[in-house]
Design a binder for this molecule. Sequence first.
Ligand code: BJW
Length: 228
Amino acid sequence: MSAIANIVILTGAGVSAESGLATFRGPDGLWEGHRVEDVCTPEAFARDAGFVHRFYDMRRAALETVAPNAAHEALARLDREWPGELLIVTQNVDDLHERAGASRVLHMHGELRSAWCLDCDARSGWTGPLGDAPECPACGARALRPDIVWFGEIPYQMERIEAALARADLFVSIGTSGAVYPAAGFVRAARAYGAETLELNLEASQGSFAFDETRRGPASVLVPEWVA
Ligand code: BJW
């Protein structure tokens, strides 16, 4: 990677799969028979906030039981040692990149451990269950929602991501199906800006054809090999 100074890494659920967190579109990518597209929307929350809170309470509880895997650890090592610009743009709402020690991480779809008050707009760190009608620690209103970007909402920090893609010499996509936009479009943007593009994924994804190079296998093997 001698000619490469600036790297953007996009991660998806596949990077956390070997830690024990279910992916969205795999065989166990369902929750009590509901598709993610039916739970992760503002409409679903407006219809039945308790139902959506229970889904995220379960996800938050699962987070307590898992640990970063070799893929998170290799990326954290790269983050610590890479002298150029590097940004890990994760679609994941878990905190496994951070727990592995990475600091240049951007959560474009929000974070499980954060709650957002629709009344006072405050964000609060959240570890336990939110319950059916949680109270905002800042203002007391029962108006908290998970701090998660749902379908139809604009992902966080898009301008910063665009700027990083424009400067990238290398764009690497790891463990994501390429089914959800705008993240699925980053590979084309990076190529248009002149970056080399590499996909590391268990199997062919919807977006594989758009990459210069693709490697197939588990992230816990491919990522340490790539970083080495
Ligand atoms: C392994 C592995 C191992 C397994 N090792 N690999 C029609 C066309 C185009 C777009 C749209 C459309 N209709 C609607 C839209 C827009 C919509 C969209 O894309 N919908 C699609 C379903 C078509 N997008 C949105 O609404 C987004 N907002 C938006 O577009 O706003 C407009 C706008 C944008 C920008 C600027 C201005 C305006 C918001 C999307 C929000 C997504 N939210 C979710 C849920 C919340 C998070 C949560 O609860 O956790 O985010 S959906 C869900 O999918 C989650 C994920 O982050 C996201 C991506 O999933 P991911 O990570 O790719 O997981 P999987 O399961 O799909 O794939 C796992 C992959 O890993 C697989 O490939 C496996 O092979 C692999 N794998 N084990 C390596 N060990």
